[in-house]
Design a protein around this ligand. Structure first.
Ligand code: HEC
Ligand code: HEC
Ligand code: HEC
Length: 111
């Protein structure tokens, strides 16, 4: 059990470091999506995710790079959200929808 926690913690540190050292990734997404999907970008910019540097790639991955490979864009699952919102996702799964959390599927609020 302790070992598991430690592994999780290391994973979490790794995850944080990827956030800290690769801020440029989302910039590519942003530059292109500002013209392709301007409303999604503006929703994201206004959201807490946008204001807290939770970039596009964190939820959608980095494999999709343009119009030729749209299928490679990942669509996030509750597990993706649980990386940062573990408690809320557990409540969500147990059916106790935390206030405002039912928004999980009510897009585009996740941006
Ligand atoms: C050079 C332009 C370009 C770049 C760079 C780009 N995208 Fe896209 N993306 C597109 C286009 C075009 C579509 C299709 C839009 C549509 O169908 O309305 C798309 C679609 C998507 C979708 C929807 C996928 C689906 O299944 O419907 C997501 C999510 C996405 N992009 C995320 C990203 C992320 C994250 C990045 C950065 C890692 C990124 N995009 C970089 C052009 C781009
Ligand atoms: C906190 C996670 C999160 C972040 C950050 C995020 N998205 Fe999304 N995105 C989602 C979710 C959830 C969906 C809805 C998937 C679905 O339809 O079930 C989605 C859907 C999309 C779609 C497809 C919309 C459609 O209706 O086909 C595009 C395009 C997209 N996002 C682009 C972006 C771009 C560009 C950024 C950065 C400016 C971004 N996303 C940041 C979670 C996120
Ligand atoms: C990399 C970490 C991270 C991930 C992954 C993430 N979030 Fe967030 N989320 C945040 C942060 C940081 C905030 C702002 C917290 C605050 O200010 O209280 C936030 C806030 C929110 C809020 C509150 C918005 C508001 O305006 O009050 C909702 C709803 C939310 N996230 C949903 C999601 C969903 C749904 C997903 C998965 C598709 C997701 N988040 C994935 C970090 C994340």
């Amino acid at each position: 059990m302790i070992k598991k926690k430690r592994i999780f913690f290391l994973f979490f540190l790794f995850f944080l470091s990827t956030l800290a050292f690769r801020p440029t990734f989302s910039q590519n997404c942003l530059d292109c999506h500002k013209t392709k999907t301007p409303f999604i970008v503006s929703d994201w910019q206004l959201s807490k995710h946008g204001r807290n540097d939770v970039g596009c790639h964190i939820c959608h991955g980095e494999e999709h790079k343009g119009s030729g490979d749209v299928a490679k864009a990942r669509i996030p699952t509750p597990e993706t959200c649980a990386l940062c919102h573990e408690e809320k996702v557990n409540q969500f799964k147990k059916g106790k929808h935390a206030f405002g959390w039912a928004a999980m599927k009510a897009m585009p609020t996740a941006h």
